[in-house]
Design a protein around this ligand. Sequence first.
Ligand code: SF4
Length: 439
Amino acid sequence: MSDFFLRTPEKHPLTWRIRDDHKPTWLKEYQNKNGYVALRKAFKFMSCHEIVSLVQNSGLRGRGGAGFPTGAKWSMITSQPDQENIRYLLCNADEMEPGTYKDRLLMETSPHLLIEGILIAAYTLKANRGYIFLRYEYVYAASCLSRAIQEATAAGLIGTNILGSGFNFELYLHTGAGRYICGEETALINSLEGKRPIPRAKPPFPADVGLWGRPTCVNNVETLCNIPAIIENGVSWYRSISKSSSKDTGTKLMGFSGRVNNPGIWELPFGISAREILEDYAGGMRSGLFLKAWQPGGASTAFFTSDHLDIGMDFEKVSIAGSRIGTAIAMAVDNKINMVSLVRNLEEFFSRESCGFCTPCRDGLPWIVKLLVSLEEKTGYYEDIKILEELCYVLGPGKTFCAHAPGAMEPLQSALKYFMEEFEDGVLNKFIVNTRQIW
Ligand code: SF4
């Protein structure tokens, strides 16, 4: 392995323990590599409020895609009085964003890192029960987590009076039935309760009324995996490992897929440019191809073009440029791919995964798919493009109950913006014009 890809504890808190053969790091090896040191430090020397302050000051933001500050989320729970002290910590491992598999990497290679993060979070939030809500297709990750939970339980790290702290905690692995919407925290809570997984109205927020009506915190896998290193090494170190040009702190699992020479995931500092990831890590586009477009962080993020490759990969810079960093697992679109077909494929997914609760999303997404199919088959009308533009508005931010529909509109709207000529290529009859509005 060249020095370029060497992982170190100082720069790669999430991945430095990963074995070269990518087999899971089990308990003994994890402990030999400083595993559970942060947990002992937190339990022995830190109060819950100190840990919340530390996480707040670290600047850690949720890694599931939305980027909500983790310390602020935790402080909402700890500030809630709860006489019965029944609280839940949920780990969102329902990774269903097309093209994204970063949480899977962590669960399959470093299951104890996740468990350590969960234990520190649960201790801080005074949650005595936790669930890992896992995407059901992740069969191997489920077996890795099950074994790691057994090992941690046998070692007294899960159970009663953990490390003599008086803290009790039970951890359960729950595999979902496979719905994209379960990645939304309130739909995940409904699903755990055995109900139809539709998002809940907020407020009340899960911090007040969550799982079975009790205060609940939902954190993503990668977010929780950051916690041990922050506890162990402190705020200044954590803030120093991202690029100085970035307001975001720490590292992020980032990647590039598509027809690149070396598709993959790497732990990289926030602020690194997309061009560096594509060219230095992913090895550039395959021979004979060039980059036409790319999505920075999953199927629900707006397309960029090759003109945007020098954007620094962090929440703010990607947002200013017109998209979202999302999961930071980027997808390269090459010149052989037709944008209408690609967007049709994405919208079929979003249409299938709509929970059906609200009309614009339930009925609008299949309509969009039909229009895109007609353009793909070159039997569309000019009016179809106008209707697509109007549907982008009707399903856009603030028009539906949750963010699923607006997320589904981001790739469509950006493809219309940058690649209109490919949509117009699908028009059979250019003489029929838009005569009505749909809203
Ligand atoms: S926007 Fe779609 S996924 Fe979200 S609540 Fe409405 S129907 Fe369900």
